[in-house]
Ligand binder design. Structure first.
Ligand code: HEC
Length: 152
């Protein structure tokens, strides 16, 4: 009986831990629910979705992996390059434009075309980047999206 009591106490302690972790992750700056993303500006999408890897000033990082700097990155001169990278992913970078069924959807945000357009316009006009043209959701829609019927 005593053993069982101990077990139950441990289970309660474990549940409390899980609950505390749940609260912490809901408050975590990196987490935004899809409905919140829909209203988020390019800057907000950057800070919630991209900054974890590319760093707050887009200076990039080399730690467990290599995360390229987006600040003053000449490759950003091509919006198509940025759009293909964000929609389809690239090496260690998730495909944010993926569509359809996804067993591992919780691992990274999924962005719709308007959200992708906003974050592209943001990174191409901040961090020492001064590209003027504005990318629209319709532009992003032309990039083949992984998992979309047309991409299979
Ligand atoms: C999980 C980490 C991670 C997240 C989150 C992430 N990226 Fe990346 N990103 C990478 C890695 C790694 C690469 C380099 C891929 C390669 O080796 O070609 C990269 C490459 C890029 C590139 C190409 C830059 C270059 O010089 O090659 C762009 C542009 C880019 N990311 C933009 C974004 C944007 C915008 C977001 C947010 C919507 C974002 N990334 C979120 C990891 C990430």
């Amino acid at each position: 009986m005593r053993r069982q009591g101990g077990c139950a106490r441990r289970a309660v302690a474990l549940l409390a831990l899980i609950a505390a972790a749940g609260v912490a992750s809901a408050d975590d700056a990196s987490y935004l629910a899809p409905a919140e993303l829909a209203n988020a500006s390019g800057a907000e999408i950057y800070s919630h979705v991209c900054q974890g890897c590319h760093m707050p000033e887009a200076q990039g990082a080399a730690a467990a992996g290599h995360y390229p700097r987006l600040a003053g990155d000449p490759l950003l001169s091509s919006w198509q390059f940025v759009a293909v990278t964000v929609v389809r992913g690239r090496s260690g970078m998730p495909a944010f434009g993926r569509q359809g069924f996804e067993p591992l959807a919780f691992l990274s945000a999924r962005l719709d075309d308007a959200e992708i357009a906003r974050v592209i316009n943001y990174v191409r006009s901040h961090f020492g980047n001064h590209y003027k043209e504005t990318v629209t959701a319709a532009d992003v829609a032309k990039i083949p999206h992984p998992g979309a019927a047309a991409d299979r």
